[in-house]
Write a protein that binds this ligand. Structure first.
Ligand code: HEM
Length: 477
């Protein structure tokens, strides 16, 4: 271990078997969060440091340049992720989130291709997003008293984002009949995320099943319920397709499910393309596409309410570009909306929704930051630590969109979607949603807090950030 330690990037002194667990636990307790603990290690040992979690070395990268050098220049060596035993138990080597190798590659390639064909990031998708936003805003306007509607931000954004992703995956939005069922499932998922800790991610399955059976059963039941709800439509179309009652128009693919079923119809079922893979893909994309975007939007609106001057500046820019709001903001406006672009980058930097990024495993030794890292090491770009690196972002705790106006090159150092082969599959969709939702809502409404605003981080010890409870008022402009 001594020899290995001396070759790896620096880190605190590690003990046999337990590694750095005592220091990690101590700093988690004394700093009060995962992100502050990572930041503390970065300040002490530099932008690339090693922590031994038990007997396994974990290398964390906390600056853009090294992350780029490792995950983009050496992309092929870092295509494999470490998957939590619990995820593997649930996913059974299917889908895109918890797989490696050929199946992962097939699923990822097919999803990206399908999204592209469906116009993600282009006009077709833009129309769908705007249509959904219009429907949600109509609900807000109908409930208004003297032009003001007070609502829970989570309900509004969950439904907007949930409907968009559901529409892309299975062609259905959540209307007044289905929204109750969706919100029930969503609330159950939220409770599960709150229950779910880094402990569940690392512990072997037999420990979870033997000593924490109730916890294990709850997570499994919830997974079955969610899959049942989300993949119901795909299941029913598949059965109808098999019995010849459902045909797919190759020239008019409307959603991911049809694209996948068409592939099965043409090439037959195989180990990658079959109904179980389709159901797993739908749930993978549904969960990743829902939670991340909603948390970013809620965190962003919380910051806007804390900084009304930012909201006003963004609105002034949008009004100018859209002729005083006489037309909606469109994706083609992006090059002209310097301030809105800066605001969204700052929202994403500040929100940094993953406290700990997913670990990759290198299969060949690699040099990084001047250190040779052996194969089999866990390596990741710690996006949350990278985004508060004060050598890159001055006063990182401050919510300050102007920093990108002062120095435009900072924009590329904000990497909320990760880098390299395992970077976010939904980046293009998420960027379109954030731009159109933030922009068009600011054009239509002024926002005011209802009750006290939160400045505290929610669940600072969990894997991913949770959205704060935010009640806000939509005031019609
Ligand atoms: C603001 C919104 C979003 C953020 C901040 C975000 C962020 C991320 C991050 C940090 C990763 C891991 C990257 C890494 O391992 O280095 C990731 C992976 C992923 N994201 Fe997103 N994401 C967002 C929205 C979406 C959407 C809308 C979808 C789907 C429609 C999506 C699907 C995925 C998938 C499937 C993966 C795993 C990719 C793989 O392992 O190959 N995400 N995302």
């Amino acid at each position: 271990q001594y020899q290995k330690v001396s070759r790896l990037p620096p880190g605190p002194i590690s003990l046999p078997l337990i590694g750095n667990l005592p220091q990690i636990l101590y700093y988690l307790w004394s700093t009060g969060s995962v992100v502050s603990t990572l930041d503390l290690f970065r300040k002490r040992y530099g932008n690339i440091f090693t922590l031994w979690v038990g007997p396994l070395p974990h290398v964390s990268i906390a600056d853009y340049e090294t992350a780029h050098e490792v995950f983009v220049k050496n992309a092929n060596k870092y295509a494999d992720k470490f998957h939590a035993p619990l995820f593997q138990e649930i996913k059974k080597d299917r889908g895109v989130l918890s797989t490696n190798g050929d199946h992962w590659q097939e699923m990822r390639r097919f999803a990206l291709q399908t999204f592209r064909n469906m116009g993600v990031g282009k006009d077709v998708m833009e129309l769908k997003i705007i249509k959904e936003l219009n429907a949600r805003c109509a609900d807000i306007d109908n409930a208004a008293v003297n032009g003001v509607t007070t609502t829970q931000a989570s309900e509004f954004f969950d439904l907007t984002v949930g409907s968009i992703i559901n529409n892309i995956l299975v062609g259905k939005r959540f209307d007044k009949d289905t929204k109750r069922e969706f919100l029930k499932i969503k609330n159950a998922l939220d409770s599960a995320f709150e229950l779910f800790t880094p402990f569940d991610m690392t512990v072997p399955m037999w420990v979870l099943k033997t000593f924490f059976n109730k916890r294990y059963s709850n997570l499994m039941t919830l997974n079955d319920e969610t899959t049942g709800f989300v993949a119901k439509e795909a299941d029913s179309r598949y059965t109808q397709m098999k019995s010849g009652q459902y045909s797919i128009d190759e020239n008019n693919i409307q959603d991911y499910t049809d694209a996948f079923l068409l592939k099965i119809q043409k090439d037959g079922e195989n180990k990658d393309f079959n109904i179980e893979s389709l159901k797993t893909m739908i749930i993978d994309l549904w969960i990743t596409g829902q939670e991340t975007t909603t948390t970013t939007l809620i965190s962003g609106f919380n910051q806007l309410l804390l900084h009304p001057d930012v909201m006003e500046k963004a609105r002034a820019e949008l009004m100018k570009i859209t002729g005083n709001g006489s037309r909606p903001l469109s994706l083609s406006d992006r090059p002209k909306t310097t301030y809105l672009n800066a605001m969204i980058a700052e929202v994403q930097r500040h929100a940094s929704i993953l406290n700990i990024n997913f670990w990759r495993i290198n299969h060949e030794p690699t040099y990084m930051g001047g250190h040779m890292v052996d194969s089999g090491t866990f390596v990741t770009a710690q996006l949350s630590a990278l985004h508060i690196n004060e050598t890159v972002f001055e006063n990182p705790e401050k919510f300050d969109p102007e920093r990108y106006i002062r120095d435009e090159s900072l924009l590329q150092k904000v990497i909320p979607f990760g880098v390299g082969k395992r970077a976010c599959l939904g980046e293009s969709l998420a960027r379109s949603e954030l731009y159109l939702i933030f922009g068009n809502l600011l054009l239509r409404y002024n926002f005011k807090p209802h009750g006290k605003l939160s400045t505290e981080e929610v669940m600072p010890y969990s894997f991913a950030k949770r959205p704060c409870k935010l009640e806000m008022q939509f005031v019609k402009i």
